[in-house]
Design a protein around this ligand. Structure first.
Ligand code: EPS
Length: 416
């Protein structure tokens, strides 16, 4: 349970008719830029190394509740994102029970072959891919067709997260908060260890890069690495960094384990498919260095707006609370588990060794994962802002936010 003031759920299979998202808890009166939501959806579809599915889709969000005349009205926001590929999967993903005589994909009928009904489907998946949810999910949900698992485990679901994240981003913009991201490594190619790029550089350069990399030399090496992996029928993971800037101090809390904002962010990032580790600030580097060089000294200058830090190795959080510096979260993605040259597996029908199923997939989806990472950070920070500032209307939230910032400016309180 990571959200405290917002509620968010998605539904939808990768090759079903559509994805569905419901987001509840944004204040009323928030202006909604529909085009900006679809722009974020297009950003997620892009990136060098994507596969053929993204050439079929034209992701856009159709709002069916919670937005009226361009503004939120305080009710749950509901939206749909159509899967254009659905037209190619209607038989495989149909809702109705299969009739014995139904024509099946592959030219068979449900009663043909030695397996009854749906199991005769030529797109039945019985050879789980190492690294995907196929086997673990099949065991848990007792499915004879592992498609019942992979359809929902697919990263297709993240399109709905990006639409919800775009709504949260609009809310955060009202409070002056911005979010950006860049790719720092793909396979063996990346920025030099210890590189921290300024937010402005990331915003200007990463967006224009096919791999979302802000450094031209690293970008070229990443593209070469993706080409080489694709040519050898392999896949690549990598790392990306999400940065949230102009954050108020005081989001999250030290007071209880499940209130700490770093923990809430880490959970949200780890929930993105294929992510295996999360680092806040220079956390991994810090583990190998003494405290005297790790922690960010505290300075004060009224002219400069009060407290400030010459460094931000903490990544914007101390004790699970923002202190006013940029939030920097790095996320580590494993290579996609659908391999065109499949790994050894076992056929669940007979327990015999078999090569894992080969599904259409991407060679590399790290640039897309960075956009999903932005959305998840937007969701968690928006949640923490509503938790801190409340407000049923955006005007009320902004008044509370402004009043709190005055309090911070007057710190410390007069002794009573
Ligand atoms: C994805 C849609 C999927 C994959 C990919 C991401 O479409 P399809 O399975 O039809 O090709 O391209 O999914 C995975 C990497 C995965 O492991 O499931 C998308 O919309 O992002």
């Amino acid at each position: 349970m990571t959200l405290r003031a917002l509620r968010f759920m998605t539904a939808g299979e990768s090759h079903g008719p559509m994805l569905v998202g419901i987001l509840q808890g944004l204040p009323a009166g928030l202006p909604i830029d529909l085009a900006a939501i679809d722009e974020d959806l297009v950003r997620r579809m892009g990136g060098y190394g994507r596969g053929k599915r993204m050439k079929i889709e034209r992701d856009c969000a159709r709002f069916v509740a919670g937005v009226r005349h361009g503004h939120t009205i305080g009710s749950p926001i509901a939206f749909l994102i159509e899967n254009r590929d659905w037209t190619n999967w209607q038989h495989v993903m149909g809702v109705e029970p299969l009739e014995a005589t139904d024509p099946m994909p592959g030219g068979t009928t449900a009663e043909s072959g030695d397996l009854p009904g749906r199991a005769a489907d030529s797109r039945r998946v019985t050879r789980p891919r190492p690294g995907h949810a196929d086997l673990a999910g099949g065991l848990k949900f007792d499915r004879a067709d592992l498609r019942d698992i992979l359809e929902r485990a697919s990263a297709r679901e993240t399109a709905a997260r990006v639409a919800a994240g775009a709504l949260c981003r609009m809310f955060l913009a009202e409070l002056g908060v911005g979010i950006t991201s860049h790719v720092t490594r793909i396979g063996g190619a990346g920025l030099e260890a210890g590189t921290t790029l300024p937010v402005q550089t990331v915003m200007e350069r990463a967006e224009a890069s096919p791999v979302r990399c802000a450094d031209a030399q690293a970008e070229a090496a990443m593209i070469d690495a993706i080409d080489a992996a694709g040519n050898s029928l392999d896949t690549l993971g990598g790392t990306f960094e999400v940065i949230a800037f102009n954050l108020p101090p005081g989001l999250g809390s030290h007071a209880q384990w499940d209130l700490k904002l770093d923990g809430r962010i880490a959970q949200a990032m780890m929930s993105i498919p294929a992510q295996k580790a999360v680092e806040i600030g220079d956390g991994i580097w810090a583990a190998g260095h003494p405290g005297s060089v790790v922690h960010d000294p505290i300075h004060y200058d009224r002219e400069q707006g009060g407290f400030y830090r010459p460094s931000n190795r903490a990544g914007g959080l101390e004790g699970g609370i923002t202190f006013g510096g940029d939030l920097r979260v790095r996320v580590f993605m494993k290579p996609l588990s659908t391999l065109r040259q499949p790994l050894p597996s076992v056929d669940i029908v007979d327990g015999e060794p078999a090569e894992a199923v080969v599904q259409r997939s991407d060679v590399c989806a790290v640039p897309a994962a960075a956009i999903v990472g932005e959305a998840m950070v937007a969701l968690i920070i928006a949640d923490a802002c509503i938790e801190k500032f409340g407000g049923d209307s955006i005007g009320e939230t902004k008044r509370n936010h402004a009043s709190y910032l005055r309090q911070v400016g007057d710190f410390p309180p007069q002794a009573s």
